[in-house]
Write a protein that binds this ligand. Structure first.
Ligand code: G6P
Length: 485
């Protein structure tokens, strides 16, 4: 079957044995004048994580294709069956920008921004979760495995179980799960916990997230929790099933990044980047979605002060900050963009010379090839998130540094800090500590950076995304065998 063509048979005739459900389909529309121009694989953490798994299994992927008010037929792309779920413009506003990204996102990231609670947003969240559950129920073959992804779809496991009790249901939360003290603010906390507990296996990034979830289940539902297992009851109070919660720290496609890092054209591009910046002694790099959880303003503050203190000189060092556009209609994101761009403008205005730029700020998304060229060009990688479920950029940087050079400055508030213990760990709120660590990273002796990078690479090479998904899916499969016996 040619790529991107509607299949002659309905994709899910008889159903798929493996179905992934996520808010977004793993493709972006190629924008040309021609509205039927086609699709290409989307960049980003979730897609990076699951595309290799989809390629090796005969699966279907259920998700929104990214445009409002448009109903699309299922189609094939790069050996994946894609099943679009439509969202109206109102639902984009209430379910996606509202409940998902102005209620859940800030609440789950330790209320860095104040979450808003609106009943109309919650109504829309329930409605859209129902639609996703129905689409998954229709796509799945008898006894299939369905893997639901992330905070936008926390009610899907429960709804799906009600529609299709034969399915084996997994859920993975890509973002942190907050402590019960913070989760307590959620007016619909019981409904959300019950939604998640519809799954057989609930995966989190860190042991801490898992513990937070289990404590919330105990506290707000009075659920029986023993050894990471929750005894789930149905609406009538009868025993339904056992849901298991466990950490599965996500990773990256290490092979892909290493292969790109070895490609002569990408190596040449990384040298070109250095030259274009005037061959400074040190290139520092930040790569983030433009999101307030990423600590971009803290990083810029520290860097600006280092220039002011003359600890870093604009002739010697250049900071490249890639900030990819994200959730641009949400107020907190609009405000953040203004803050970041104001800071960059002020710092550059003060320290730039005709020849040198303090911060090269790029408000774009780039293909992975260009990202790897940037990783190769960067002597110091700055990851200063205030809270982050994992942070795959940190792992990609390590994977790209095949010659064991380079220094990673990493926030202790990322899931990645659990695995990349030899990074230079920082608390981004401690601006003096951050400044000292940036200077230390710039001056890190070759032997020490080599030792640290080797250890981190060892960890990453042994734990790629394939292993992550295998671990999750094997645990889900074994649990089903145990439950049946
Ligand atoms: C995070 C979330 C994903 C989300 C991505 C991009 O990584 O965990 O679920 O898809 O951000 O955000 P967006 O709102 O553009 O889908």
């Amino acid at each position: 079957m040619p790529e991107d063509t509607p299949p002659k048979q309905p994709i899910h005739e008889g159903g798929s044995d493996f179905v992934v459900v996520s808010n977004r389909l793993p493709v972006d529309r190629i924008s040309t004048e021609d509205s039927d121009a086609g699709w290409r694989r989307a960049p980003g953490g979730l897609v990076t994580a699951l595309a290799p798994v989809m390629a090796t299994r005969d699966g279907a992927w259920v998700g929104w294709h990214g445009a409002p008010d448009e109903v699309l037929e299922p189609f094939h792309h790069e050996s994946m069956d894609l099943i679009p779920v439509p969202l109206s413009s109102d639902e984009v506003e209430l379910y996606y920008e509202g409940f998902s990204n102005s209620t859940l996102w800030p609440l789950y990231h330790d209320v860095i921004a104040p979450p808003e609670f609106h009943r109309t947003w919650w109504d829309s969240y329930q409605l859209v979760n129902t639609r996703f559950a129905e689409a998954a129920a229709q796509a799945a073959a008898p006894n299939a495995t369905v893997w639901v992804q992330d905070y936008q779809l926390q009610l899907v496991p429960q709804y799906l179980r009600a529609l299709r009790p034969d399915l084996r249901i997994g859920f993975f939360n890509h973002i942190p799960f907050p402590s019960p003290e913070i989760f307590a603010q959620m007016p619909w906390r019981k409904a959300i916990l019950e939604g998640l507990l519809g799954a057989d296996l609930i995966g989190f990034q860190r042991p801490n997230d898992t513990a937070n979830f289990l404590r919330s289940a105990r506290r707000f539902l009075g659920a029986g929790v023993k050894a990471k297992q929750v005894h789930v009851k149905d609406a009538a109070g009868r025993y339904s099933h056992i849901a298991r919660a466990e950490p599965f720290p996500i990773s990256i496609d290490v092979c892909q990044i290493q292969e790109l890092a070895a490609r002569p054209d990408i190596i040449a591009r990384s040298q070109q980047i250095r030259e274009d910046l005037g061959n400074p002694k040190t290139i520092l790099l930040g790569v983030d979605r433009l999101d307030y959880t990423k600590g971009i303003t803290h990083r810029l503050k520290a860097y600006g002060e280092l220039l002011l203190d003359d600890k870093v000189k604009v002739e010697d060092a250049s900071l490249i900050q890639v900030a990819s556009p994200s959730r641009e209609r949400v107020e907190t994101y609009k405000q953040l963009r203004e803050d970041v761009e104001g800071m960059v403008g002020r710092i550059n205005g003060q320290f730039d010379t005709i020849q040198n730029t303090a911060i090269r700020y790029l408000h774009h998304s780039y293909p992975v090839e260009e990202m790897v060229a940037l990783y190769l060009a960067a002597d110091v990688m700055l990851v200063t998130a205030l809270r982050d479920g994992m942070n795959l950029v940190a792992k990609e940087y390590v994977a790209a540094r095949t010659n064991n050079t380079g220094a990673l400055v990493l926030s202790e508030f990322t899931g990645a800090a659990d695995q990349l213990k030899q990074a230079l760990l920082i608390n981004p709120h401690d601006i003096d500590g951050l400044k000292n660590t940036i200077v230390r990273a710039i001056d890190l002796p070759r032997r020490e950076s080599g030792r640290r990078m080797r250890a981190m690479r060892k960890q990453i090479l042994a734990h790629d995304v394939q292993r992550w998904s295998d671990d999750f899916l094997n645990t889900l499969a074994q649990k089903a065998i145990r439950d049946d016996s």
